[in-house]
Design a protein around this ligand. Structure first.
Ligand code: F6R
Length: 263
């Protein structure tokens, strides 16, 4: 595939899932930015759900560029992020609030008061979670949710387990997630052991979902999510039931998909 190419694939199931495979991370990020910016431009008051992590960084820099070029306007956009470590001070440079300010909010024309990240310093996490759900619902729900995917198939911090949890909740992080996230800390011991995260219900009730994934480490999770059975052991597999979800992948992340191998 050429670097700037993006191709559409089918996951072989008749459902609301679209799959795009891009020839490079830049092409993947541009495609995602075009979809997100297009959706924002089509609705006057927009509720945007956001993710942190390395996967959406290219999407965010492309959105910042489109904003610079006056091709997307964030004035009427309200954002809700998926998750935050707990406990963590929002000023800590490892917090997801810090990450979002640095990589997106400070680069676009958004009113910072309309950006919401779960408060890692909330004295009572139960109250923080229920207030978050109530605020999202009161604002009419999320129009478009951006997702990454964990190597173990998690979305948000909804880790593999025997249930899907509906609303925002506290999560004890799995060893595999602590390990994966330790690359961003000085040592594994510094990674917080818990997080607050939107639940599967918050994600599934978003009107549209765009999931970005790149790199070989994501190939198994992507295969399980798109072609496996729907099971809480791969939380992302529930996305097969969503009416409007788009996976945007690079060739490595797509490499084990049957539809992709058939080409
Ligand atoms: C982050 C989040 C996580 C990440 C996932 C992938 O807000 O919700 O589910 O999307 O862990 O992380 P990266 O993109 O760093 O591989």
């Amino acid at each position: 595939m050429r670097e700037n190419e993006v191709k559409a694939y089918s996951n072989g199931k008749k459902n609301g899932v679209k799959v795009f495979v891009a020839g490079s991370y830049e092409a993947l990020s541009k495609k995602a930015a075009t979809i997100v910016a297009g959706a924002i431009s089509n609705k006057p008051e927009f509720m945007l759900g956001l993710a942190t992590g390395t996967s959406p960084l290219g999407l965010y820099s492309n959105l910042a560029q489109l904003c610079d070029e006056d091709r997307v306007d964030f004035t009427n956009v309200t954002t809700y992020n998926l998750d935050e470590y707990y406990p963590i001070d929002p000023e800590n440079d490892q917090s997801y609030r810090y990450f979002m300010n640095k990589n997106l909010f400070h680069k676009i024309n958004i009113d910072i008061n309309k950006t919401h990240v779960l408060n890692g310093k909330a004295p009572k996490w139960e109250d923080e979670c229920s207030a978050y759900d109530a605020a999202i619902e009161a604002a009419g729900g999320i129009d478009l949710q951006v997702l990454g995917i964990g190597n173990n198939g998690h979305i948000g911090f909804n880790e593999p387990g025997d249930t899907f949890i509906w609303g925002t909740h506290r999560v004890e992080l799995t060893e595999s997630t602590i390990e994966a996230n330790s690359r961003l800390f000085n040592s594994k011991d510094e990674v917080p052991r818990a997080a607050l995260s939107m639940g599967i219900g918050n994600i599934m009730t978003a009107k549209q979902i765009v999931l970005v994934a790149n790199g070989a480490a994501k190939a198994k999770a992507i295969k399980d999510a798109l072609e496996g059975e729907i099971t809480p052991w791969c939380q992302a597999s529930i996305l097969q039931l969503h009416p409007n979800v788009t996976f945007i992948l690079d060739e490595e992340a797509a490499s084990t998909l049957e539809a992709y191998k058939a080409i």
